[in-house]
Design a protein around this ligand. Structure first.
Ligand code: ADP
Length: 193
């Protein structure tokens, strides 16, 4: 099994790259989806979040108010670190379970925090997807219907493009249209096969 990690800042185009790998038969593990699953109602990670951030970040039915928590942590690197300290261990454990229960020839892990966690160690190859910051901002404003300030905070809370590029085996500069992104992804896929 070939395990590939795809990383980059928000709005760079990681998930889009992964859809192209999926079309070629790869199994995709999206760390954002795993991150959502591990904080569902009653999960141990959510109980830890409640202890640290208070019940204010929960709705009255006990589920997580993601928007409220997001506003708090994306405006404060310190609080983001605390949240990551709670969630990362659960996310990594769940991703490992998913990788090692797969039968596919290629498994792709889509994770912004590939290098900031131990996830990169699972991977045979890593790919950074980068794009100019103003383009990333424009994309996430549209995709997530955010306020401009929230989009800026999200981008500022992550590493710069160069960090992802320097640590990865391959770099996809996503500064063209979607056809261009698909063909750049196809070139790497050919090399990987
Ligand atoms: P990430 O997973 O890195 O946050 P996505 O793959 O979700 O980024 O891309 C962010 C948004 O930008 C999505 O709505 C996607 O369809 C769009 N997008 C990505 N790359 C391009 C591109 N080259 N041209 C136009 N839209 C793009």
């Amino acid at each position: 099994m070939l395990i590939v990690g795809v990383t980059g800042g928000t709005g760079s185009g990681k998930s889009t790259v992964c859809t192209y790998f999926k079309e070629k038969g790869a199994k995709i593990i999206d760390a954002d989806i795993v991150a959502r699953d591990i904080v569902l109602k009653g999960m141990p990670a959510l109980l830890e979040i409640k202890e640290v951030f208070g019940s204010d970040v929960l709705f009255s039915d006990g589920s997580l108010d993601r928007k409220k928590l997001g506003k708090i942590v994306f405006a404060s690197p310190e609080k983001l670190n605390i949240l990551n300290g709670i969630t990362h261990k659960y996310i990594i454990e769940e991703i490992k379970n998913k990788v090692f229960s797969s039968n596919e020839k290629m498994v792709v892990i889509d994770a912004a925090l590939l290098f900031e966690t131990e996830l990169f160690k699972l991977c045979n190859k890593t790919i950074a997807v980068t794009a100019p910051e103003n383009e990333r901002e424009r994309r996430i404003l549209k995709r997530d219907s955010l306020e401009a300030e929230t989009a800026k905070n999200r981008i500022a809370s992550q590493k710069e493009n160069s960090f992802y590029a320097e640590h990865s085996d391959y770099v996809i500069v996503n500064d063209g249209d979607l056809d261009n992104l698909k063909s750049k992804t196809g070139e790497i896929l050919k090399e990987l096969m």
